[in-house]
Design a protein around this ligand. Sequence first.
Ligand SMILES: NC(=O)c1ccc[n+]([C@@H]2O[C@H](COP(=O)([O-])OP(=O)(O)OC[C@H]3O[C@@H](n4cnc5c(N)ncnc54)[C@H](OP(=O)(O)O)[C@@H]3O)[C@@H](O)[C@H]2O)c1
Length: 270
Amino acid sequence: MYGKPDARKRLTALITGASSGLGESMAKNLSRRGHDLILVSENLPELNRVKGEIEALRAGPVTVLAMDLFKQDSAERIFEFCRRRNMPVDILINCAGIFLNIDRELNNIKCVESIINLHVMSLAKLCFLFGGVMMGRKQGYILNVSSIAAEFCDPASLTYGPTKRFILALSEALHCEWKNHNITVTCLTPGGIRTNFFRANDVLLPPVIKYSLIEPDACAEIGINAMFRGKLRITPGIFGKLQSLFLRIVSRPSTYDCIKKSYFSMMSRR
Ligand SMILES: NC(=O)c1ccc[n+]([C@@H]2O[C@H](COP(=O)([O-])OP(=O)(O)OC[C@H]3O[C@@H](n4cnc5c(N)ncnc54)[C@H](OP(=O)(O)O)[C@@H]3O)[C@@H](O)[C@H]2O)c1
């Protein structure tokens, strides 16, 4: 086993989902730590806003790339973009994500394909494409953003939790396999974060989460520290850990019908 990659060196980080919320906080955090950035999402104006705010602080170079990660070949296109520009990626942060309500899952099969492409296909391909190069260079960091939803049955969505569970399982496998290549793979499993995620995806927040959200900057700091320390997995904050414990106890296959009833009763009273 080689020593850990030197996080004090100026590294290049590629962050998906960097146009808002947690991904934006991750980008600003890494820029403050002196690293160069490649920011990816499908929203070019918002990526340029984040780039402008980072560059106003006289930080290092920020490159933006608009890419729709629902598309099957997006990972290859991102990889090719970096290869052509000779930008080796030392840190890969897979943060882009959406939530899909059960109504849409049942009525629009294209949405199911999209969330699987985003959370599973594109994320896995980015890990393997950039991880392969990191292996050759014998250094690298990967941080994959999952969720506490990876661990329980959520009647609000039949794809969000399962796809986030894939991210957790893949991260665990890569962590074990690639540590001997000096690549650290970390999985971030946050509880509720105060971002636009819920409004953008029409998610109802149960009170247990609504009143104990973590700020995106705090979540980014904890996640990035865990990544640089080579941790396998981190759920930031005491409230995140409590949410995870509570939901794992309360929301189980045996209680599914009851949880579903109370969720949709809360939905109807919104
Ligand atoms: N908020 C929470 O409570 C919470 C809890 C646990 C885990 N998470 C996870 O944290 C991550 C970040 O979420 P957030 O809270 O920061 O929400 P957010 O503000 O809505 O950010 C989501 C990001 O994903 C990007 N994205 C979505 N679809 C995309 C696509 N097809 N192609 C490229 N980029 C796409 C969005 O970019 P565009 O603007 O281009 O769409 C945006 O930058 C997600 O993976 C989410 O599952 C969130």
